[in-house]
Design a protein around this ligand. Structure first.
Ligand code: NAD
Length: 262
C-alpha cells in the first residue's frame, strides 16, 4: 500500500510550479516523506528520472518510481504537466501494475579495490582523443580486441537511448538482457571486431581490459568520469531492478511509436 512519497524536481520554473501544485493536490492523500517514501515522483524529463534513480538507488528494492514530463513526453515519464489531475485521481484510485526495469552492475577493479556503479540506461567506455583498444571477454572467454571510440553496454530500457544512436536494437524492457554495441569500431584488414551489437543474458559477465588509458572515460547514464588505470571492468545484470509503477496502460509499442515514429 502506497502511503508516502517524495518528489525529485528539475530546477526550472515550470517543473517547480508543477511540483508545488502536485504537492498541494496530494495533501491528505499521501504523506510527504523525505527519508522512507513508498513512491518517488520525478518531475522534469528522462534526465530527472535518471537523476532520481541514482540519488535514491539505496531505496531501489522498496520504492516505486513514476515520472511527470514538463516538456514533451519522454521514455520514463507517463504523465504530462497538464495531466496532474489524472495522476492524482489515479493515485487515489490505487490500481496499478509494477514494471521491473533491469539495472547493470558495473565493477571497476583497480589496484586500490573495486568501485561499484549501477546503470539504468547504459555504461560506456569512450575515448574522444585516441583510438581506444579494449579486450572483450564474455565469462572470461576472449571475444575480441576492439579498436574504435569505445563500447556501450545497455539495458533494455537504455536500448532506446544512446544504444539506438549506435545502431543497436531496441529491446523490450520485459527481457532480462544487456546489449553490447560498438562506438565507431574500426573494421579493416588489420583490425576487426564483431561489428554488430550482441545481446547477452543473466548468465553472462562482460569483462573489459585495456593497456592504454590516456583520454579514456566511463559513462554511467548521464554521468561521466575519467578512468584511472584499471585492471578490469565487469558488467552484468544486477539482482536489483527499478520498479516503475504504472497506473494507466501504456504499452512499450506505443512508447516507441510516440517517441520515434509518429
Ligand atoms: P540529455 O539531456 O543529453 O538527453 C539525451 C536524450 O536522451 C533526451 O532526449 C532524453 O529524453 C533521452 N533519453 C534518456 N534516456 C532515454 C531512454 N531510456 N530512452 C529513450 N530516450 C532516452 O541527457 P539525459 O536526459 O540526462 O539522459 C542521459 C542519456 O542520454 C544517457 O544515458 C544516454 O543514453 C543518452 N545520450 C544519448 C546520446 C546519443 O543518442 N547520441 C549521446 C549522449 C547521451
Amino acid at each position: 500500500m502506497i502511503k508516502s512519497y517524495l518528489m525529485v524536481v528539475k530546477q526550472d520554473e515550470k517543473s517547480q510550479n508543477i511540483a508545488n501544485i502536485l504537492k498541494e493536490k496530494l495533501n491528505g492523500i499521501l504523506e510527504y516523506n523525505e527519508s522512507e517514501p513508498d513512491l518517488i515522483i520525478s518531475i522534469g524529463g528522462d534526465g530527472t528520472m535518471l537523476y532520481a534513480l541514482h540519488e535514491y538507488f539505496h531505496l531501489v528494492d522498496q520504492v516505486y518510481f513514476i515520472g511527470v514530463h514538463t516538456g514533451t513526453l519522454g521514455f520514463y515519464t507517463d504523465y504530462l504537466a497538464d495531466e496532474i489531475d489524472e495522476l492524482v485521481a489515479d493515485i487515489k484510485k490505487g490500481e496499478y501494475t509494477i514494471n521491473k526495469r533491469a539495472v547493470l552492475d558495473v565493477e571497476v577493479i583497480d589496484e586500490n579495490g573495486t568501485a561499484q556503479y549501477y546503470a539504468l540506461n547504459e555504461m560506456r567506455i569512450e575515448n574522444p582523443h585516441y583510438t581506444q583498444v579494449l579486450h572483450v571477454y564474455i565469462n572470461e572467454e576472449h571475444l575480441e580486441t576492439f579498436r574504435g571510440n569505445g563500447l556501450c553496454i545497455s539495458t533494455p530500457s537504455g536500448s532506446t537511448a544512446y544504444n539506438k544512436s549506435l545502431g543497436g536494437a531496441v529491446i523490450h524492457p520485459d527481457l532480462e538482457v544487456m546489449q553490447l554495441s560498438e562506438v565507431a569500431g574500426i573494421q579493416h584488414n588489420a583490425y576487426r571486431s564483431l561489428g554488430s551489437s550482441i545481446v547477452l543474458g543473466k548468465e553472462q559477465t562482460v569483462t573489459l581490459t585495456c593497456d592504454r588509458f590516456d583520454g579514456v572515460f566511463i559513462g554511467i547514464d548521464q554521468y561521466s568520469y575519467n578512468l584511472k588505470p584499471f585492471k578490469k571492468i565487469n558488467v552484468s545484470l544486477s539482482s536489483h531492478s527499478v520498479q516503475c509503477i504504472q497506473y494507466r496502460p501504456l504499452t512499450f509499442i506505443s512508447r516507441i511509436k510516440r517517441s520515434f515514429i509518429s
